[in-house]
Design a binder for this molecule. Structure first.
Ligand code: G3H
Length: 540
């Protein structure tokens, strides 16, 4: 079957959905606030899958259910609950021992794991991520929580001792910051929300969390787990239109940490709404336009394989995706030919199909956006070099390889976040390096080559432009123990299993002059286990 035919027939009939993948509509009429799952009787947002199924009038997007469209009133109620639970640092949760917080989190993991299959299926239907990758997202998240607990135990052990310097006895530990507003992105709605939510909680903060625009219902099975695992008010949920409900929260000044993965434009708006921005800590994962640079001596087969996965995993909807490729003219024709052949071998289809790589896109306005950037590139002299590149059917877009891309085109600077691979030929290495230096983004880059003499100086230039240089491999966030951050418009703060614990806390210490009276006092506190902070106890 040709590509055009495959795209035309991409959406199956309802009876072709395998029984284990079918999902009944989920009408969410609840939200979690102050330890209670409250009924919602107001308006709800209708959720449609990016997947269409054949209907009487042609393919129709599958309705997955609905969720509450909360208003400013409920948003403020959730924030007040979190602020009350924190109680200016005097609440039960921020003063609980690390061991007790870990025990609450372990309860949560058990409860979360019980809902695995429902969550994975909802993830797949809501954002069109393949069943395999949806399962991976869930498992990676559980693993992240377990690893974060272990990192916290290490931190607790290493800060359990007192130090004596220049006549001062001190104990330095990390303390919580307050109320954290957590907002994750649609492409990793579970994982990326939890990579901020979990460390924030473990460090003793209280949380209000709002799922992204797409990928909301998958959080519903966890409401009871949150309610039953944590003291009241420690976790509160918000649903609705960000524009309407997040602004009022920021304006109260009661949000101490903004943990947001999304666009730098929105992050700037939110930060400026806070009445005292210097009081707001921001942990941000923002825009990126990671470049892949293919040098003349690159192993072309390897470079093609990595660039394809890098550019098209989950249809290119990853902040770490390779979003522009620079290919040396000497290998350009071989590279392009192999890239197109590799692309044509990728399986298109529905997210439940085994080994599927290209699936429908969740964002409502994505198809016209991608069509627009391709048309703009054509207007400025580029071509779509693969058969049917950019061909759309409903929310499905067949990947396009666009060549040659230059600085006049939107694809040169815009983060397409979709299945479009812009390629630019170069003769002098200064050209791609200039691109990276001039770019507004500074997350990662990939370099493909074998010559020690050429790669080494490039590394030394690139490490001061981005925060991860990948040698002969695609860009990626993992393993999660590695620091994940960016320069310029790409990030603020560093996330990783251990860095996130630092991002959501502040170092604070108890210090006293080395006098007999102070020693007696400290000894009394330690021996009587009178303080949770000033304590040499640690978790074994
Ligand atoms: O969308 C951004 C993600 O953090 C990327 O993670 O590289 O593991 O896909 P990944």
């Amino acid at each position: 079957m040709g590509i055009a035919e495959k795209v035309a027939g991409i959406f199956p009939a309802p009876e072709q959905v395998p029984a284990q993948a079918r999902a009944a509509a989920l009408e969410q009429k609840e939200y979690l606030v102050n330890g209670r799952i409250k009924a919602w009787t107001g308006p709800r947002h209708e959720v449609f899958s990016p997947v269409s199924l054949a209907g009487r009038k042609g393919p129709e997007r599958v309705r997955l259910g609905s969720y509450p469209l909360m208003t400013e009133k409920e948003a403020l109620e959730a924030l007040d609950a979190a602020a009350k639970a924190y109680d200016e640092g005097r609440g039960l949760w921020p003063t609980l021992s690390v061991e007790a917080r870990v025990s609450h989190m372990e309860d949560f993991i058990w409860r979360m794991k019980e809902r695995r299959s429902e969550i994975v299926n909802l993830l797949m239907w809501e954002i069109g991520k393949s069943a395999e990758d949806s399962a991976k997202e869930f498992d990676r998240t559980v693993e992240y929580i377990v690893d974060t607990i272990n990192a916290l135990k290490d931190l607790d052990r290493s800060s359990s001792r007192l130090s004596m310097t220049q006549g001062i006895i001190a104990q330095v530990k990390r303390a919580p910051l307050g109320v954290v507003l957590c907002m994750g992105p649609y492409n990793y709605p579970l994982n990326e929300t939890f990579t901020t939510l979990i460390p924030a909680l473990l460090m003793g903060n209280t949380v209000v969390f709002k799922p992204p625009k797409y990928g909301v219902l998958l959080h519903r099975p966890l409401l009871e787990a949150f309610r039953d695992s944590f003291p009241k008010g420690v976790v509160n949920t918000l649903y609705g239109e960000g524009r309407k409900i997040i602004g009022p929260l920021m304006k109260t000044g009661k949000v101490n940490v903004l943990a947001f993965i999304g666009s730098s434009k929105v992050a700037d708006i939110l930060r400026q709404q806070h009445p005292a921005p210097h009081r707001l800590r921001c942990v941000l994962g923002l825009d990126a336009k990671n470049a892949g640079i293919v040098l003349p001596d690159a192993d072309v087969d390897l470079a093609v394989a990595e660039c394809l996965t890098g550019a098209l995993s989950y249809n290119g909807q990853r902040c770490t995706a390779l979003k522009i490729l620079f290919v040396h003219r000497s290998v350009q024709s071989e590279f392009m030919e192999k890239l197109v052949t590799g692309l044509e071998a990728l399986k298109l289809g529905m997210p439940w199909e085994p080994k599927v790589k290209i699936t429908p896109l969740p964002e409502d306005d994505k198809v016209p956006y991608l069509t627009g950037v391709i048309a703009d590139a054509k207007k400025h002299g580029a071509k779509v070099i693969n058969e049917c590149g950019g061909l759309a059917n409903g929310n499905f877009v067949y990947p396009a390889v666009v060549y040659p891309v230059n600085e006049k085109m939107r694809l040169w600077r815009e983060e397409q976040f979709g299945p479009v691979i812009p390629v630019t030929p170069f003769s002098d290495i200064k050209e791609p390096l200039k691109y990276v230096v001039d770019s507004n983004f500074g997350q990662q880059v990939s370099v493909f080559g074998r010559d020690v003499e050429k790669i080494a100086p490039m590394l030394d230039t690139l490490v001061n432009q981005v925060c991860r240089v990948n040698v002969n491999s695609q860009c990626q966030r993992g393993p999660d123990v590695f620091p994940f951050t960016g320069r310029k418009d790409s990030a603020e703060g560093t996330l990783s299993v251990s860095d996130a614990l630092r991002s959501f806390s502040i170092r604070t210490l108890v210090a006293a002059k080395d006098s007999d009276a102070n020693k007696k006092l400290i000894r009394g506190i330690l021996r009587g286990r009178k303080s949770k902070f000033l304590s040499t106890d640690f978790i074994l």
